[in-house]
Design a protein around this ligand. Structure first.
Ligand SMILES: [Zn+2]
Ligand SMILES: [Zn+2]
Length: 392
């Protein structure tokens, strides 16, 4: 997983490529590297799989967005590898029919059987682990800082209670598939090519259920609404992924359930900005207070802190409050809080305030404003140079 190439790079398209551009780039690569055109060429096969994987993500707006946001982490779930779900039906709706149909017929699933997608189940009676599932969850900024409990409303495929995931009606057996005679493959093609395809009737297993379970229509799984309490740990951030072991899709024929992954998205705060464990906050301060020096209240995750401003503190000054940032998810030290002083000029002065301010303003001169003084000198020099140059 470590050296996975960027999907955009794999397809050779820009990050803002349109769906049509992505599709067209994929078609070219698929034509070039298709295993049927490059028999025995493993690097072509790898390129083909790489391109298919990239296309699978970038052609799906939801997965593409997740990929853009979280990278490969966002679309890769679990040790089973790439999450294709249970079938490859999406390949049929991307015009692979018209690119590869004549070559392939339609037995797409075989080609991904090894190493890429989920392996086809060879023994139809063996227990099969349930699918790993993934969902996104929005959490509030303060929930991410302090941790919280949430109840998820789920509707996941669960093991069918009537057939216990066998897909067979009570007492029904598996019988040899009538379409392929138990071979799991059928011969297809269109005159030029004769190709073996996975049997569409039995999905390559060579056997079918005599009488399918009525509840699940033979699938062994039913969609089941459920509620699940999850603990959001302190310090999570956007992209943090919670793994809930055994809470994913139901298993078949006594197989274990898969895992559920919850990918978090943390909402913005209207007070703090967050960068990892560090937080930043803009603190409005009166320029008069900054001139005199004094204390200001600064909000922190641990409560209000008092910040001492030296007399003459400038606008925009950054002050670091060590250990007052966000907690670290992995138990490391708490981050820092960066407070930025932002002057707020007094508004709506009363007559008395105004006259006091005028008197004060008159009393101030260059010695009170060293920056203004230095600036005025630079400006004078600039104009005198200009005059000299004009004289030449
Ligand atoms: Zn059933
Ligand atoms: Zn069959």
């Amino acid at each position: 997983m470590a050296d996975k190439r960027d999907y955009y790079e794999v397809l050779g398209v820009a990050k803002d490529a349109t769906a049509d551009q992505i599709k067209s780039a994929y078609r070219k690569l698929a034509m070039k590297y298709h295993p049927d055109r490059n028999p025995g060429d493993n690097s072509a096969k790898e390129k083909f799989q790489e391109a298919s994987e990239a296309y699978e993500v970038l052609s799906n707006p939801e997965k593409r967005q997740r990929y853009d946001q979280f990278g490969h982490e966002g679309v890769n779930f679990g040790p089973g590898g790439f999450d294709f779900g249970r079938d490859f039906s999406h390949f049929q709706d991307v015009d692979l029919g018209d690119i590869l149909g004549s070559i392939l017929g339609g037995g797409f699933a075989d080609m991904f059987g090894g190493g890429f997608g989920r392996r086809r189940r060879v023994d139809p009676n063996a227990p099969a682990r349930g699918d790993d599932m993934t969902m996104e969850l929005d959490v509030d900024f303060d929930e991410a800082l302090f941790g919280s409990e949430r109840t998820l409303d789920l509707s996941l495929p669960a093991t069918c209670p009537d057939c216990h995931g066998t897909g067979a009606a009570d007492g029904a057996k598996r019988v040899t598939c009538p379409t392929c005679g138990g071979h799991g493959q059928v011969i297809g093609g269109n005159g030029f090519f004769q190709v073996r395809q996975t049997c569409p009737k039995c999905g390559g297993t060579g056997s079918v259920i005599e009488r399918p379970c009525r509840t699940c229509r033979g699938a062994g799984l039913v969609r089941k609404p459920s509620k699940l309490a999850v603990r959001i740990p302190r310090g999570v951030d956007t992209g943090s992924r919670l793994r809930l072991a055994g809470k994913g899709g139901g298993g078949l024929r006594g197989g274990e359930p898969g895992d559920l992954y919850v990918v978090l998205r943390v909402r913005d705060s209207d007070i703090f900005e967050r960068d990892g464990v560090d937080l930043a906050v803009d603190v409005p301060v009166s320029p008069l207070l900054a001139a005199l020096g004094g204390t200001v209240d600064v909000p922190t995750p641990d409560g209000t802190a008092q910040l001492h401003l030296a007399a003459g503190t400038p606008n925009g000054k950054l002050m670091r409050l060590r250990g007052k940032g966000a907690p670290d998810l992995r138990g490391g030290p708490q981050g820092d809080l960066i407070a930025r002083i932002v002057f707020e000029v007094p508004q709506r002065l009363t007559g008395r305030q105004r006259s006091m301010m005028e008197e004060l303003s008159k009393s101030l001169d260059g010695s009170n404003f060293p920056d203004s003084k230095a600036f005025a000198e630079k400006v004078r020099t600039f104009y005198s140079h200009k005059e000299k140059l004009k004289g030449k």
